[in-house]
Write a protein that binds this ligand. Structure first.
Ligand code: SF4
Ligand code: SF4
Ligand code: SF4
Length: 173
């Protein structure tokens, strides 16, 4: 990536978010001398951010490829010429992850917070109440030794219930 450093990632790393992370760095580093890099990296970053927030569309994938190619070919120096590489590489090798974000509104790596959906398996729940106590927005209900219920419409996807449950009853997808 970038200067040639090697990064080892497992399947809990989202490739779309990884590209967004690298673009945020290059967009910040752009000196602004030429428009393709100055404006192009910002537009690319906006699209990637939109996708990781669950608001992307399938048309965004083609736009990403077209913008990335333009920024690469029209930028004046190496920063702009290589800035789109993380996008092009992840689109080439992990396109299915992009498609899952824009079409299914899911993050396969379970990393993009806006796309997560938490639930409680009533058959596995022991009613220990720890998740309800841990939830900062009190969206989990249920009494001691009774299956708990999670209202995902009010969930802010903080993950505290998943961390609190010692019985594997909280699921996230
Ligand atoms: S490509 Fe180079 S010269 Fe052009 S804005 Fe980016 S950093 Fe500046
Ligand atoms: S993810 Fe956070 S906000 Fe959502 S139900 Fe669990 S503890 Fe509550
Ligand atoms: S922490 Fe797990 S077992 Fe305990 S009430 Fe919540 S979901 Fe059920």
């Amino acid at each position: 990536m970038g200067s040639g450093g090697m990064i080892v990632l497992d399947d809990s790393s989202c490739m779309v978010d990884l590209a967004r992370y690298f673009l945020s760095f290059t967009a910040n580093e752009s000196c602004g001398k030429c428009a393709p890099c100055r404006l192009g990296t910002q537009r690319l970053l906006e699209i990637l951010t939109r996708i990781t927030e669950g608001n992307g569309t399938e048309a965004d994938l083609q736009t990403l490829e077209e913008f990335a190619a333009s920024v690469k070919s029209a930028s004046l120096c190496g920063l702009g010429q290589t800035a789109p590489n993380p996008i092009l590489t992840t689109l080439r090798y992990y396109r299915d992850e992009y498609v899952a974000h824009v079409r299914d509104k899911k993050c396969p790596a379970k990393s993009c917070r806006a796309l997560l959906k938490y639930s409680i398996d009533a058959d596995t729940c022991k009613g220990c109440t720890l998740c309800a106590k841990a939830c900062p927005v009190q969206t989990i209900t249920g009494g001691p030794k009774k299956p708990h219920v999670l209202d995902y419409t009010r969930c802010i996807r903080c993950g505290s219930c998943l961390d609190a449950c010692q019985f594997g009853a909280v699921h996230v997808e």
